[in-house]
Ligand binder design. Structure first.
Ligand code: ADP
Ligand code: MG
Length: 480
């Protein structure tokens, strides 16, 4: 971006864990309920009530730790992080500071040259979410909705190993894919189940010491992360090149104006007077427990991608697209099992037409309108020459609209490819007779006219003639 400056980024990703009840109470976590209907006395911060740890969050944190090759702490503790905010009635958030449950993990992204680059994961700790202030609902007053209070979060903190907005996005996408593969989070960014704080600094290239950072809070889309970082990098470089100093502070990204704005000066850990929560015992985890969790892990994205390249001879880029979502990968494998065609053709249809249709109609693979076996049925009809690739697109659209399987659509619409050579010859003869000048030009050496003739034959047959046969017959009849 700027040869003189090096960009340094570390991400703190908050991912909401998909438990049914909260981290320290039995209240439900479902999103979108009427305000304050899903908060019990513990979440409301009543005096005298006691938190009880939900074991499921421990299992989920362990899954994540194992998936990123981290150390699972045999003993971890919860601490109180004290601060006042209207959406935090207890006056403190229960979090982990010393002894987090997960430490020293890693994952790999691709650097600008396409080589593997290791990104360290410093730690991942458990904490409870706060409530929400509601500003739109009342005139000149704010409301407090505590439904979200006590929802379990896993905060995943990276080392400052990222060197550009692009790398930050790649890393974030990878974490997003991993938590969804593990089934520990729905990763829904609109609902705030997956959001990120980006710590950004710049330093003169070659300098060892890190520059002063700002922290961009609560970015809830990949696009905003990229834009906010790029804005911030530019802002910091401008300050430094003007001889100024970057102040360490927390900033907010305003997507309407595409800029970041100062929110507050950076607080330090000791401002929060952290101390171990006396209401919660340390969490002790045995080796057996860790091994049991390890055995329950699904095949992970990187491994699946490698297997797709190895087993199906897919291009690494295609394998990456198909494995970015576990359900999409399952769909692909099911279609491949049902089909006699080349697996790559199936991959192309899923990455191409199927993904385009899903995007267009805002449909996720889980709700896909065409079953995997039915897509295989379509690809098989291309493979056995019943229809051409072009007609297949028409059949696909009809299937997408719910008009039946490929075979049904081909029958009812009469789309079967014409492969009868006598029939093709008759049409070719007719087309040549109708265009004597072009035929003469072709014979005189204008070879490009073959495209014109193929087009005319296709027009005559409504696109149904087998293209390879049409080419052969034309060439032999036109004499070349
Ligand atoms: P805090 O507790 O104040 O949030 P941490 O030291 O835990 O600070 O770091 C939080 C995040 O900021 C981590 O992801 C870390 O990699 C990143 N980070 C720390 N220093 C810098 C820096 N100078 N530039 C960019 N990122 C940084
Ligand atoms: Mg922080």
């Amino acid at each position: 971006m700027n040869a003189a400056w090096e960009v340094v980024i570390g991400l703190e990703i908050h991912t909401q864990l998909a438990t049914r009840s909260k981290i320290f109470s039995g209240a439900p976590t479902a999103y979108g309920a009427e305000p304050n209907t899903q908060a019990c006395l513990v979440d409301l911060g009543y005096p005298g009530v006691l938190p009880v740890l939900n074991e499921e969050v421990i299992r989920m944190a362990c899954k994540f730790g194992l998936a990123v090759n981290a150390t699972i702490a045999k003993r971890s503790i919860f601490a109180r992080k004290n601060y006042f905010y209207p959406d935090l009635p207890k006056g403190y958030q229960i979090s982990q500071l010393e002894l987090p449950i997960v430490e020293h993990g890693e994952l790999f992204i691709k650097d600008a040259d396409g080589n593997d680059k290791r990104i360290g994961i410093t730690r991942a700790h458990l904490e409870e979410d706060a409530g929400k202030s509601v500003h739109e609902r009342f005139d000149r007053h704010s409301g407090i909705d505590l439904n979200r209070a006590g929802t379990p979060l896993l905060e995943i903190v990276s080392e400052p190993d990222l060197r550009s907005a692009k790398e930050a996005i790649q890393y974030m996408r990878k974490i997003h894919t991993i938590v969804r593969y593990l089934g520990i989070s729905d990763g829904n960014m609109q609902e705030g189940s997956f959001r990120c704080d980006a710590n950004v600094s710049v330093r003169p290239r070659g300098q060892q010491e890190l520059g002063t950072r700002s922290e961009l809070k609560n970015l809830n889309s990949f696009r905003f992360v990229e834009k906010a970082i790029n804005f911030e990098v530019k802002r910091q470089i401008e300050i430094l090149e003007d001889g100024g100093k970057v102040v360490q502070e927390t900033r907010l990204y305003d997507s309407d104006r595409d800029e970041t704005r100062a929110m507050r000066s950076k607080e330090e850990a000791n401002d929060y007077r952290y101390f171990p929560d006396p209401d919660l015992l340390p969490v002790a985890i045995s080796d057996d427990y860790i091994e049991t969790v390890r055995k329950s892990l699904p095949e992970l994205p990187d491994a699946k991608q490698q297997r797709f390249v190895g087993d199906y001879a897919l291009k690494p880029g295609d394998a990456a697209i198909l494995t970015a979502n576990r359900l999409l990968a399952d769909y692909f494998e099911e279609a491949a099992r049902h089909s006699d065609a080349e697996v790559r053709l199936i991959a192309n249809w899923i990455i191409g037409d199927l993904s385009a249709a899903m995007n267009r109609d805002g449909i996720d693979i889980g709700d896909c309108r065409i079953a995997a076996a039915d897509l295989a049925g379509l690809v098989d009809r291309i493979h056995d020459n019943t229809i051409s690739g072009k007609i297949a697109k028409e059949v696909f659209e009809a299937m997408w609209a719910g008009e039946g399987t490929a075979d049904e659509v081909i029958e009812t619409k009469g789309l079967r490819q014409i492969t009868d050579s006598a029939a093709i010859e008759t049409i070719v003869d007719k087309v040549i007779a109708a265009h004597p000048n072009q035929a003469a030009d072709y014979k005189a050496g204008k070879n490009k006219l073959i495209g014109f003739f193929v087009g005319e034959v296709m027009k005559e047959t409504g696109g149904k003639a087998n293209p390879a046969q049409v080419n052969d017959v034309l060439r032999s009849k036109l004499g070349n």
